[in-house]
Write a protein that binds this ligand. Structure first.
Ligand SMILES: Cc1cc2nc3c(=O)[nH]c(=O)nc-3n(C[C@H](O)[C@H](O)[C@H](O)COP(=O)(O)OP(=O)(O)OC[C@H]3O[C@@H](n4cnc5c(N)ncnc54)[C@H](O)[C@@H]3O)c2cc1C
Length: 510
């Protein structure tokens, strides 16, 4: 990066005119995919991705580490130096393992690869019709985005071209293997999920260790981005900025930008939603295990029964033999937390940038109802399994409070079980599913249907912050589909109008 002067009162930050035509904030799943797609479309001029964290290697953590160490990196906040919570917590939500992974690649180097579309019942009525049509009907005269992006992921993973998985009936539900954008190593239990870094175009510049402090807005238009690197601040000139810094950081950056246009703009965004996720593990004697479950155990894979509008929860099932010779059934519901006022992001405005940011991650009464409905379904599934096996077994016992503070130990319970009939339960504290979304919904008051911030020309948002509702599905497929859509829209806009001149020196690379 070029030499800059520290930004202090009376000593404005160094200005680098025309640093890029488009700056993308955040080198995670959404930001990298937008940049990659934009570069592929051509004609966008200079694209720069600004990332707060370092280039700490471009490998997925399950590829870089052996399984036990990788488990620790996921489940022990102290085991990953990149875990980052750039906000103040005000309740039990968004602590522990929740948060960003501040490094080049972001959580694209951590995700599990489960790629499911948001269910029709969650899209209908809440998402703008034009976006639903692009995702599920037809996009730009071709196949719908969900179909083309899923095909791209299958191709990357080397899976067969056909999408449909055979369905297996169990406990009154239909289960199919969960679609995963994953490549397996030949041995050692290592695997990796898709990251846009795997197919990274040289033409896109990456600036690591560069924290986006604020979007610069003049007369209602984006003119650049204020970044801090090694304690020094610099204004990077650009006419277009895409915020893809994760839901909470993107929310802060939008709130700050809105205030530059209107000093009375709100400083709080409701709608922050993660997932309601909980499950049980049960041990069976393999000789007596339900025959249908044995078939699942042989494959060792993850199966899913898709969510309906009533339970609003996917049911996942994984069966395996533990080292004590018991067949473990791990069954969990992952359901939709409804966006509302219980989850929110807000800032304390002031002269000092960045504004201090807080989150609340509570359960609304509707979420509490979902917790109870999931528990009824999980107990029913366990009962049915025991009936089929002709064995008894302790009914899964859930604590009254939702969100296991000792999640890591509970997730390890199945592997440690020594007695058939044992059960254990777990629930993910809000935020720890890492599916936080919903503060800047597409087609809402702040964002139009193309993810442009209505009040600030040149500013767009990518990532799950833009989901009007998240349904029960894991978010990545939708993140990637919307990234493709945003990149194509941006490329078209830039081709229509002259992008800002790009005259300055590059800001340095990772
Ligand atoms: C262990 C794990 C398993 C998961 N499994 C799945 C799964 O199977 N399926 C699924 O759909 N989802 C899964 N997820 C969730 C998924 O990874 C996230 O939903 C997704 O990565 C979010 O994408 P994003 O681009 O919004 O955020 P991120 O990928 O987190 O990227 C945000 C980036 O922005 C950077 N940043 C933030 N603030 C600033 C700033 N001010 N300046 C500059 N840079 C900034 C961050 O450092 C980060 O690199 C999983 C997540 C984890 C952690």
């Amino acid at each position: 990066m070029v030499a800059v002067t520290a930004a202090t009162p009376g000593n404005p930050p160094g200005r680098q005119a025309g640093a890029a035509d488009v700056i993308v904030v955040g080198a995670g799943l959404a930001g990298l995919e937008v940049a990659r797609r934009l570069a592929a479309a051509g004609g966008a001029g200079r694209i720069l991705v600004v990332e707060a964290g370092p280039d700490a290697g471009r490998e997925h953590y399950r590829w870089a580490d052996e399984p036990a160490r990788a488990d620790a990196r996921w489940l022990d906040p102290a085991a990953d130096p990149h875990l980052w919570q750039p906000y103040r917590r005000t309740d039990a939500g968004y602590g522990g393992i929740a948060g960003l992974r501040r490094r080049l690649g972001g959580r694209s180097l951590y995700w599990g690869g489960v790629a499911l579309p948001i269910e029709p019942w969650a899209l209908a009525g809440s998402w703008p019709d034009s976006v639903v049509a692009d995702l599920t009907g037809s996009w730009r005269g071709g196949p719908p985005l969900y179909e083309s992006v899923a095909a791209q992921l299958r191709q990357w993973a080397g899976s067969p071209a056909g999408a449909a998985q055979p369905s297996h009936p169990l406990v009154g539900r239909e289960f199919a293997e969960a679609p995963k954008a994953v490549r397996q190593a030949d041995q050692g239990g290592r695997w990796r999920a898709y990251s846009p870094l795997d197919d990274w175009p040289d033409s896109v510049e990456l600036a690591c260790d560069s924290h986006a402090v604020a979007v610069q807005v003049e007369a209602g238009r984006v003119t650049g981005l204020l970044v801090e690197r090694a304690g020094e601040r610099q204004l990077l000139g650009a006419g277009r900025v895409v915020l893809a810094a994760g839901t909470v950081e993107s929310s802060r950056l939008v709130l700050q930008a809105l205030h530059q246009v209107d000093g009375s703009a709100p400083v709080e965004l409701p709608g922050l939603a993660d997932k309601v996720a909980q499950g049980f593990m049960a041990a069976f004697d393999p000789a007596q295990a339900p025959p249908s479950v044995k078939a699942f155990a042989e494959s060792g894979r993850l199966f899913v029964s898709r969510a309906d509008a009533e339970l609003r929860s996917s049911v996942f099932l994984r069966c395996y033999l533990n080292e004590h010779g018991l067949l473990i059934v791990d069954c969990y519901c992952m359901g939709e937390q409804l966006p509302g006022r219980a989850g929110r992001v807000w800032c304390e405005p002031g002269a000092q940038l960045p504004w201090p940011t807080s989150v609340a991650g509570g359960l609304s009464p509707a979420d509490e109802q979902l917790v109870l409905a999931q528990r009824r379904e999980l107990r029913r599934i366990h009962r049915e399994l025991c009936l089929e096996a002709g064995t008894g077994g302790a009914e899964p016992a859930f604590e009254s409070a939702f969100g296991s503070p000792d999640l890591a130990e509970r997730l390890g319970a199945g592997a440690a079980m020594t007695t058939a009939g044992s059960t254990a339960t777990y629930s993910f504290p809000i935020g720890s599913e890492q599916h936080e979304s919903g503060t800047l919904p597409l087609g809402g008051a702040l964002l139009d249907e193309h993810a442009r911030v209505r009040a600030v020309a040149g500013l767009s948002v990518a990532g799950p912050a833009t989901f009007p509702r998240s349904g029960a599905a894991n978010p990545a497929l939708t993140i990637l589909a919307l990234a493709a859509r945003l990149a194509a829209d941006l490329a078209e806009e830039l081709a229509d109008g002259a992008p800002d001149g790009s005259t300055g020196r590059g800001p340095g690379t990772c």
